[in-house]
Design a protein around this ligand. Structure first.
Ligand SMILES: [Zn+2]
Length: 430
């Protein structure tokens, strides 16, 4: 199931606020345009799957999963904010029919999204992770969980009863036995192999260990294995063997720049920074992009300049957790990462667009460089970044180390402050 979204969808969700509510253990369904029998089925699946994730996978799912279910004239889709919400939109109630008739795997899909939620709540920093790993995990976990849900609740849990256990591990096994399994299916297969070593209950411990290890995404492979064997010392040999096959599928290091980060003490700088600002202080629009960052290119006036601060014109939406952070990266002209800083989400105010200035440890910039903000936005938290059309051609929708796409509407409203060494300041007379 796709679980991407756009800010447009968020706005629609907010507008259609008059939802009815249905509750079941550990789930609250907020719904529009659906009958009670449909909503009861959706709530029943989420509730039963919640129990399996908590009992078998030791998942730390939220006490209540909020499921936003709407039948509206919109494409059918399903995704999670990775924290405590699932969003299901159906173009018609016929899409709730069994997959053989509707082509939509609703029961499996809900189990799949809870799998994402389990992983993302435990493993927030995972820039090293491939799509095959993330989607493969949700595919694997969703397949295992749907089997247990069916064993506990039977065909009649769904509003159009059918044997949904055929959408579980039986289907996964069939896919893996096929001539050419997809990357995501192979990813699911890698997690299933790991299950043989650490069991269902071990995944939560593993994800916690990876989060705690503060993995450098530019060199993650050995550190991930070390954290895994640290969490399961008795399984070290089996884990090493598994990792040999699994790592190429699950891990994609973020490319680092060949330019090394050079820092200096602020005492060595003039303290009178040069501000590079090319916008007219008025925005033509704003965007928040799932899976994308906001990168703007700058050219330093010479060779020995140091980044002191960045400013961004934007506004926060949603309810970030206290601990939520976003990334600011200094990248070279090829968008390869030189340095990265994590800052608290609360830096940005909710509501009105405004400038936020963030000081950074003085770091040398190449002649041409990018400043990239990555807010890791979800449907329930993010930062809208404003753009201005006074200039264009200097901005990308991109995250460090990955090829991005040009921003067509203009340039992101990002400014930088650069300073130089006192010894380089001819006016000081030295
Ligand atoms: Zn997914």
């Amino acid at each position: 199931m796709k679980h991407t979204f756009t800010a447009v969808l968020l706005v629609q969700v907010a507008v259609l606020a008059h939802a009815d509510t249905f509750t079941a253990p550990h789930v609250r369904v907020e719904y529009v345009g659906l009958d009670e029998e449909h909503v009861e089925a959706i709530a029943g699946v989420v509730s039963a799957a919640w129990q399996v994730y908590v009992d078998d996978f030791a998942a730390n799912l939220p006490g209540t999963v909020i499921t936003d279910a709407r039948c509206a004239r919109q494409p059918t889709r399903l995704f999670t904010d990775g924290h405590d919400h699932i969003f299901l939109t159906l173009s018609s109630t016929q899409k709730l029919a069994p997959p053989a008739k509707s082509g939509v795997f609703n029961v499996y899909g809900l189990c799949h999204e809870l799998g994402h939620m389990m992983m993302y709540r435990l493993l927030e920093d995972r820039d090293w992770m491939t799509t095959a790993a993330a989607e493969g995990w949700a595919h694997y976990a969703g397949s295992v969980v749907i089997d247990s849900v069916h064993a506990a609740k039977g065909d009649s849990l769904w509003c159009y009863p059918y044997d949904y256990s055929s959408d579980g591990t039986a289907r996964l096994e069939r896919q893996l036995a096929g001539i050419q399994p997809s990357e995501v299916e192979r990813g699911a297969g890698a997690w299933r192999e790991l299950e043989r070593i650490i069991d269902h209950g071990g995944f939560a411990r593993l994800f916690r260990a990876w989060q705690a290890a503060d993995i450098d995404p530019t060199e993650p492979t050995d550190a991930l294995l070390a954290a895994a064997t640290g969490a399961f010392p008795a399984k070290a040999v089996a884990l090493k063997t598994w990792w040999k096959d699994a790592a190429p599928l699950l891990v994609e290091p973020v490319k680092a720049s060949t330019t090394k980060a050079v820092r200096v003490s602020s005492r060595l700088l003039t303290g009178q920074p040069l501000v590079l600002a090319f916008d007219d202080d008025a925005s033509e629009g704003k965007r928040s992009i799932a899976g994308g960052g906001h990168a703007r290119k700058f050219t330093a006036p010479g060779n020995d300049w140091y980044l002191r601060a960045v400013s961004l014109y934007g506004a926060r939406y949603g309810r970030p957790r206290e601990s939520s952070k976003f990334d600011i990266a200094l990248c070279d002209a090829e968008m390869q990462r030189i340095a990265l800083w994590k800052k608290p989400y609360t830096t940005f105010e909710r509501g009105q667009l405004g400038w936020e200035r963030i000081e950074l440890p003085p770091t040398k910039v190449p002649r041409e460089f990018y400043i990239c903000f990555d807010f890791h936005p979800t449907a329930t938290k993010g930062v809208y970044v404003a753009y201005d059309d006074s200039t264009s051609g200097n901005s990308l929708v991109a995250t460090p180390g990955k090829p991005g796409a040009p921003l067509r509407e203009g340039d992101w409203m990002i400014r930088v402050e650069l300073d130089q060494l006192k010894t380089a300041d001819a006016l000081s007379g030295e």
